[in-house]
Design a protein around this ligand. Structure first.
Ligand SMILES: Cc1ncc(COP(=O)(O)O)c(C=O)c1O
Length: 426
């Protein structure tokens, strides 16, 4: 007869803790952690605000005390403030797989979404260059079909959706919200531009940037990608995959600081036809000519608008030093190992049925965050934070844990899962 007592489950704790230590010992990026200001909290919110690189305060102090305080207006030239947007754009470029001369830093992601999306519609309609330019117009040589549809990721972070609505109104387009998976079959001869997120901000799902960009191009439209949740977390390959326009923030995995400026990528071949809906004196061919007529600057400079926010921008420039010598492939490998390990720890520690993972199992579909759905998620996250595990909560019921490979350890992942189990069981 079998023993009616429930078999006691051996605690997985010591085993997973030992494994975490081993993984940390083998981690080639582990040395990077010392370059950041961190304490003994487990910081899993770098997908919202990256941690402070330790050398940034001194660099910003120099910008304030010497460049601003002593050189004052001379710094626009002598400290190279004026050229910061394109110079720092060239520092971001290799991190997203772009050759130099295609990225300017400035403004917020929201503003850059607006520039990119309206410009994409204008480009594909050939406004200003005497003919359609985004590919076939689907008319097979017959009468020209006006491209009057913008497709937007229906699961997008809200700002992209709001701005797409406004961009559609301004350009006389119809707005079609669709999930990224629905996009290929919905594309048609009237589609002008498609705005997509590389990774879903809520679930962390990674979308197929190469495949979707190719599908958009095959339909004769242009693709605009929001890279907020992938730049600095995994290889993006903008040039390799023929992305037309892209935007992203720098305060998440790029650790640029709260509200640090965003960036705009314009593929080189599109730059001379890029017609910004926000032409400012900084995008003028001769900014100090003070002429009433607008004449766009050459190249990606036409993505600039007004005076750059120098303090934030130079804090970002300093922060980007942490990437020197770092391979994005190593970052991706560690990111996947971390999220795999965290999910294993959650499965081992958290009693079944208390959380549901929204994070895809397949590596090809996973960004650098784990999203867990659970009851009372807002309250659970509050209690996690009180116990030194900082992630965040997205309404209505999602716990988000961001894994920044440059400073999150496997021990952090194990501790976060263990504390989560304690909170959920208490
Ligand atoms: C995908 C995505 N796009 C845009 C934004 C917001 O951009 P902004 O910097 O304009 O606030 C966020 C903010 O978290 C985001 O996650």
């Amino acid at each position: 007869m079998s023993d009616p007592r429930p078999a006691s489950r051996p605690s997985p704790g010591p085993d997973l803790r030992i494994q975490a230590k081993e993984l940390d010992r083998e981690d080639e990026l582990a040395v990077k952690r010392a370059e950041f200001v961190l304490d003994d909290t487990v910081y899993l919110d770098g997908n919202s605000l990256g941690a402070l690189p330790a050398h940034v305060p001194d660099r910003v102090a120099d910008v304030i005390n010497r460049q601003w305080g002593r050189l004052r207006i001379r710094s626009w030239g002598e400290s190279e403030w004026w050229t910061a947007p394109e110079r720092i754009g060239d520092r971001v470029a290799p991190l997203v797989g772009a050759a130099p001369g295609q990225i300017v830093v400035g403004d917020s992601t929201s503003v850059n979404v607006f520039k990119a999306l309206v410009a994409a519609v204008r480009l594909v309609r050939g406004e200003g260059d005497g003919g359609g330019s985004g590919g076939g117009d689907g008319s097979g040589g017959g009468p020209r079909v006006e491209r009057d549809e913008i497709i937007v990721d229906a699961t997008t972070f809200p700002t992209d959706g709001y701005i797409a609505q406004s961009a559609a109104r301004l350009t006389g387009c119809r707005l079609t919200p669709l999930t990224p998976a629905e996009v290929p079959t919905a594309l048609g001869p009237r589609t002008a531009a498609v705005l997509l997120n590389h990774a879903d901000y809520r679930t962390g799902r990674l979308h197929d940037l190469p495949g979707l960009t190719a599908a958009v191009h095959a339909a004769g439209a242009l693709a605009v990608w929001d890279l907020c949740h992938t730049a600095g977390a995994l290889p993006v390959g903008l040039d390799e995959h023929g992305v037309d326009l892209a935007v992203g923030c720098t305060y998440k995995y790029l650790n640029g600081g709260p509200g640090s400026p965003a960036y705009l990528y314009v593929r080189r071949e599109l730059q001379d036809r890029f017609d910004s809906p926000l032409p400012g004196w900084n995008s003028h061919a001769e900014p100090f000519g003070m002429r009433p007529e607008f004449e766009a600057a050459d190249g990606v400079l036409r993505g600039r608008v007004g005076t750059p926010d120098i303090l934030s921008m130079l804090a970002l420039e300093a922060a980007l030093d942490v990437w020197d010598g770092v391979s994005m492939d190593a970052v991706r490998a560690k990111s996947l190992a971390l999220t795999d390990f965290f999910l294993r720890c959650v499965a081992a520690y958290v009693p079944e049925g208390l959380v549901e993972s929204l994070t895809p199992d397949a590596h090809a579909e996973r960004g650098s965050q784990v999203a867990l759905r659970c009851e009372g998620a807002g309250d659970v996250m509050q209690r996690l934070i009180e116990r030194g595990v900082v992630g965040d909560f997205r309404a209505p019921d999602v716990l988000r844990f961001g894994f920044t490979p440059l400073y999150v350890s496997f021990a952090d992942a194990e501790r976060a899962a263990r504390v989560l189990a304690e909170v959920l069981e208490s």
